[in-house]
Design a protein around this ligand. Structure first.
Ligand SMILES: [Zn+2]
Ligand SMILES: [Zn+2]
Length: 405
């Protein structure tokens, strides 16, 4: 294929060589959620393999949103609290259907947005008309606080800035990836071919999987941030006490926003009520994204929070219980991978992925989501290596075995 320069081995994080050194190449990680693996019953049936029929622990506060989700329609613009609005912005051809943009009215006038939506005409229309329904307009926007680099959150930020003069805020670990994802992506595609090949993806699947996200590049207005959101940054928004909480995992620079006074957590994609965000190893991730993600869950678990405002699905309460549920899900997934490696020692990541349970039959899953599933398997394998439960042999492809020690 002539693409064997600039190779990206599936490095073992334990050897000190991290993916972070490869910033500037790698895959764009466009869509957020590969799959929602079936929930498993823990302690209820004693079986790991039965789909869980016990209702989740989430206490839904966005009941209108939840009903709309079940009815497969867009939820309405809602006033969540005085001066705080939820505006659903559609995502084209995606099972997530919409991103929830939050509009925060500022003391003295003006509005700040948390996330922005895709850069499509339909999304722009939804955002601008949503602001009108909330009693404002796009020209009122003074700030766009972006939780992370994915296009359903960041895609429209540049266009909002052009229309209103707003400043854009993003974490530096996501900002550093903008050019390679949304500017010149040639190196990224080459890296993706190698990365997938080194995962064990068969040659005939490589083009589909490697190019799967490129069409989405057109749905982003390239815009560098004006403000970098370091961890624990007090954001200058009149009338608000928002603080950034850096929560790497879903993306290296993902941030949540917490308001202690209002007891609210705007969680982006870090914590959602129904599904878990995609946590993938890839060339632009830190070496151990699942470990980072689990730490990031623990980091926000005890924040004083009455309600969680996520970027997808619907609002909910009882943050700690949802975090415990997600943590348990990943523990189950780790066990499932150990089981797969026990039964088929010497499997590569792709082969392990094919043996796991997914929410749909594998052949019904589109290439991009298959790619994310593969990355998610790798994220679990890396954590298992660090826990000393599995080990790898080689790197092209890497083969996984139960650990000998
Ligand atoms: Zn995302
Ligand atoms: Zn998202």
């Amino acid at each position: 294929m002539g693409l064997h320069s600039n190779r990206l081995p599936l490095q073992n994080p334990a050897n000190g060589v991290g993916f972070r050194a490869n910033l500037g190449t790698g895959h764009p990680g466009y869509k957020d959620f590969a799959l929602a693996p079936p929930a498993r019953c823990r302690g209820s049936t004693g079986s790991r393999d039965l789909p869980c029929t016990v209702p989740g622990v989430v206490v839904v506060t966005g009941t209108v949103q939840k009903q709309a989700w079940e009815d497969k329609v867009m939820p309405p613009v809602e006033q969540v609290r005085p001066g705080l609005w939820s505006i659903p912005v559609p995502i084209p051809d995606n099972p997530l259907r919409y991103v929830l943009v939050y509009a925060l009215e500022l003391a003295g006038g003006g509005v700040a947005l948390v996330d922005a939506g895709w850069d499509t005409g339909q999304a722009w229309e939804a955002l601008t008309s949503g602001l009108t329904a909330a009693g404002g307009s796009i020209s009122d926007v003074e700030a766009v606080l972006v939780t992370h680099i994915h296009p359903d959150h960041y895609g429209l930020a540049g266009r909002v800035r052009e229309a209103s003069g707003a400043w854009i805020g993003l974490h530096p670990d996501d900002a550093v990836m903008l050019e390679s994802r949304y500017g010149d992506t040639d190196a990224l595609l080459v890296a993706m071919f190698h990365f997938l090949s080194d995962s064990g993806v068969p040659d005939e699947k490589l083009p589909d999987l490697a190019f799967a996200s490129m069409v989405l590049k057109s749905m982003v207005t390239m815009a560098q941030p004006d403000v970098l959101f370091e961890d624990q940054k007090e954001i200058d928004l009149p009338g608000w006490d928002l603080r950034t909480i850096w929560t790497p995992g879903h993306s290296p620079g993902h941030v949540c926003f917490h308001s202690p006074d209002r007891r609210l957590l705007l969680s982006g994609d870090h914590i959602l009520p129904r599904i878990t965000p995609n946590i993938s190893v890839h060339a632009q991730q830190f070496p151990n994204p699942l470990g980072d993600y689990l730490e990031s869950l623990a980091k926000v678990r005890d924040l004083v929070t009455d309600e969680v405002l996520p970027a997808h699905e619907y609002r909910f309460a009882d943050l700690g219980s949802r975090i415990d549920e997600i943590t348990a899900h990943h523990a189950d997934r780790l066990d499932e991978i150990v089981q797969a490696v026990t039964e088929h020692p010497g499997s590569n990541a792709w082969e392990i992925t094919l043996r796991l349970h997914w929410s749909r039959p594998w052949d019904d899953i589109e290439p991009f989501m298959q790619r994310q599933a593969n990355g998610e398997t790798l994220a679990h394998c890396v954590l298992l290596e660090l826990h000393g439960r599995v080990q790898r042999n080689g790197d092209s492809p890497a083969l996984f075995f139960l650990s000998e020690h």
